[in-house]
Design a protein. Sequence first.
Lengths: 313, 199, 812
Amino acid sequence: MLKPAPNPPVAPVPAKFGDQDLLRKSASTIKPPAERQTEVAKLIDVSKCIGCKACQAACLEWNNLHEEIGTFNGSYTNPPDLTPASFTLMRFTEWVNPETDNLEWLIRKDGCMHCEDPGCLKACPAPGAIVQYTNGIVDFVHDNCIGCGYCVRGCPFNIPRISKVDNKAYKCTLCSDRVAVGQWPACAKACPTQAIAFGTKEDMKKHAAERVTDLKSRGYKNAGLYDPPGVSGTHVMYVLQHADKPSIYAGLPDNPRISPIVEAWKGVTKYVGMGVMGFAAVAGVFHYLIAGANKVTPEDEASAEKLTRGEKP
Amino acid sequence: MNMELSRRQFLGTAGAGLAGTTLGALGFGGVEEAHAAAIRPFKLFNTTETRNTCTYCSVACGIIIYSKGDLKKGEKADITHIEGDVDHPTNRGTLCPKGAALLDIVKSETRLQHPMIRRAGSDKFERVSWDEALNKIARAMKDDRDKNFIAKNADGVTVNRWNTTGFLAASATTNETAWATYKAVRSLGMVVFDNQARV
Amino acid sequence: MTNSWTDIRNTDLVVIMGGNAAEAHPCGFKWVVEAKANRGAKLVVVDPRFTRSAAVADYYAPIRQGSDIAFLSGVINYCIQNNKVQWDYVKAFTNATYIVKEGFAYKDGLFTGYDEEKRDYNRSTWDYQIGPDGYAMVDETLQDPRCVWNLLKEHVSQYTPELVERITGTPKDKFLKVAAMIGECSTPTKTMTSMYALGWTQHSKGSQNIRTMAMLQLILGNIGVRGGGMNALRGHSNIQGLTDIGLMSNMIPGYLTLATDKEPDFNTYMSTRGFKPLRPNQMSYWQNYKKFMVSFLKSMWGPAATAENNFAFDWLPKMDVPAYDILRAFELMKQGKMNLYFCQGFNPLQAFPNRGKLTEALSKLKLLVIMDPLQTETARFWENHGVYNNVDPAKIQTEVIQLPTTCFAEDEGSLVNSGRWLQWHWPAGSPPGESRTDAWIMSQIHLRLKEMYKKEGGALPDPIVNLYWPYKDPSEPTPEELTRELNGYVVSDVLDPNDPTKKLLTASKQVPNFGVLRDDGSTAAGCWIYSGSFTEDGNMMARRDNSDPDDTGAYLKWSFAWPANRRIIYNRASADINGKPWDDTRKLLWWDGAKWTGYDVPDIAPTAKPQDVGPFIMNPEGVSRLFARGMMREGPFPVHYEPFESPMVNLVAPKIRGNPVARVFKDDFAQFAEPASKEFPYAATSYRLTEHFHYWTKNNHVNAVLQPEFFVEISEELAKEKSITNGGWVRVWSKRGSVFAKVYVTKRIRPLICDGKPVHVVGIPIHWGFVGAAKKGFPANVLTPFVGDANIETPEFKAFLVNIEPSTGPVA
């Protein structure tokens, strides 16, 4: 087993990363620090997962989230989808392996992948609403969020959710508050079987290699690591028994990449700059192309426009 | 014993996995004070830690309960968070979905607050004082015991049993509570006495 | 558990059958995952459902619920036929070589001595032949046809792979694959662990399910060794402790028992309990029974327990029936024979079978007292909740008093985990409202009764007014005061008989271990097996040194394990007859030429010579029992019996319905569906889900989010047959009641082909009721039959019959 982090501190200690460690900031140009922090990663080993949902419970408790009590919908996946209060979700798939005719119950913990190349951040028109630290954590800054929903469309994994209560986007923070004081994310700490582990990305890849060897010895010849190159790798990775078929795991994308429209949008802003070109023209096109017609209210557009001019909405 | 030492020894031998994967070894850059706008302040700072074990199954995972206020100092203590105890040999800090949500059972809206009585034929519970409740219970027990206690059976053998009142004991109370319960119950000659071992 | 959670890391093969450890004990299951990752261990799951344990298993085999004995007897047969036997272990450490009395026989599902009228046996032939020296006769060569091994071989020979398939529905190839994996563990260097829980106990022959696996483990040499054992995964946080301390009808702390009406005095009582050794040199540890019993009586009645009054032996009640277990209690209640009932942290209206009968019974009480931290259905059994509790309060005359108690986070004391570790915990939060500790409530009740009996007199006041209650504040004994009593203390100085100037024991000191307890009243101990938990060196249960030399998983300095801080019981059996470990890579205990030494506290006298004294010191034989003598009500060997409600007749004994010695009350028989019933054609089973803990976590918002609503699970095949759609409503009914549920149509349940016919399984999770945060729903016990295991009365929740149809759901 991997060594867990020691018990949490109760006496204040300084944070191990902060604003000085920003790699990217949405709709903003920043100068990243000269030296990058060691990249972190959460490794989710689907072959060790018992689908107990301790990760979901720990996430709700640590982040003081209040999820609604739903109904039974013909699956153990509860709630049925990610929500603004459920940053993570066990997705259950009953899959009959065509080669062995054996049932395999594939249980995948869904949530933000903390992409090295984050589509949400690139799509986000609100300055500073999405940030990426040099250790790889992609975090939402709710004070800056305008609730436009572009991050949802920009995300190749369909992760962020917009709250109906405060109209802000929510997703897993990788427990940035815990990582900042040397703790594992709440889900990883709770996970009974260490199906969720946490450490440096390098160590997690090494650990994954050991797990893949074990799985191959048990007949899973296509076992492998999921660290998709289409988003330049992720800071949440999976060990899959069938890494040749990610999509059997409740639709995990086989080849995730940022939508070309988002890339184009970022290309335009990069060279022209929002302040020069005006927000409405670009955002309007972008909105039409990927967000659909009724995702963003005119008020939001107005707020966003003000934001781009450096005003308070 | 030196807890700190034992914890370190423990972590030193904690497993056969990778060496040096704790976050302490992650090589984070400086330890500047600046906290990013997006990062919440760590919510366990300045709380009181108390060692306990999970109330549910018999794996008996070690937990740490975090509170505002310290009972040991005679203060009121309000529990704010519960997390697995990394020093515990069995669970190593992990918890299941029940254990990870222990805070919500301690704080459940359906926790009982006051002694209550439901009178014969009534459709509701009413508040009652502890004294009234306990006096009523003790009186009912004595009357029933005096009426139905079997000192000798038909063959004249001393049997000293009382089988018209029964007691179902708990499954999550402490050994010490169990012993106080055993003494109080068995001394009455009660034989309809059982626990939840079967369910 | 014979072993501990942390020992599971040492195993080579985990067999989960009769349980679902990944769901019910996730953090204990961690050690299965570790054994797999670090040792290359394999996990086998045998279950009617493809559970979350099966999701991470190396091999899964389906089985029809209630047919485990046939399956396991088949594996024993396979091992014997294929020489997958650890012979050195079997010959030295089991009773395989013992000669059984003439007259003992088995035929058509029954052993010698059956009385159909009484549903019981005369067990006089179920024993060893005793030789002229007074000891049991043995044949070391295993040639004697009457030796246990040959009788066992003959007994299991009928359980061929073909018959196993017909009974259990496990396809022959899958059965043989599992048998082969298990058989590999017969070498001294390969170990298997059995992890089971209520999937084996909640049957009318639950004890025999477990016994069959225990026999198999003995044949493989897997008892007493690291990574082996019979590991009962206890369900509740202190149900081990509550049982250790004897909070059961006929129990005295430390597994002593109350006298029966046939034992009128102390000497008669002791005459059947001081077991003399059945073989030369054996420890037969129960020879010390009287020391434990007298020490217990001293802790109950202190100075009032004297040699003259046999230490107040008569103040304990005697039993006229084997036990007033809960099923009997509710039967008596229904008959109007009970007046008062206490429920301490217990919700029987949800937890016991046949909901309708339970409600009727509770309605006949005069007073129901509830002590609980949470609202329960039992406390509100009189309250109308529409279809979920359709009662008329005006017609229910039972008074109910509901007392709020503290919970784990607000109290202090020790709990015993499944591996017998007594772990101390500390209070962290202020109790809500007016809630008080259970110890305070029990003290209040005792003190009030004591006062009344002193003032008014009444029926036998002596045991009440003399109950030893030496606490500083009698109204609330402290956990430390109580636990010191459990450990035991010296009542009066004990002098060395050889040198009276020397004190062996000093009055008022805590005893260091149960070895010093005495039968003359000079020591007291509430629970002898806990001696050593709170000594003159302090509270051993609060120890938190988690060092583990050589990573064996023992953790001897963490808390305290009963007995004597021993972590693996029968550990002497981890070494061969000469005291050499079976497996050098997995050493536990060994003989160093003068004494036993190793990683654990020896489960034998430290200087007992290995060739002389057997490892199973509680048995008068010193060896374990493949042949149970008269200890089990059904017989010395297990037999496959069908559940009382079964989709088929018993293939090994067609005339026998259910377990022939299980107790069934008259009215309940009428409420059982016939075997192979057309009216109730489907085999149902009830179980827990990982997201919930029994009926508690429906009070917890987070757990209610994770599994919000009652549902049942069926196969795609049955759904198609009945036009049932996934996620829709169904009605499920048994001969006792009817429920509405959402339905999960799943590939994880498949019809089993038993004796050529399909058996459809209906799975019923148990967690819903009419109070709490989760959606209101029906509890499974609306459907379940009111019958228990023949030996210990655990209800048959795992196998019964139902019918099912599509529905539009309950009408509000």
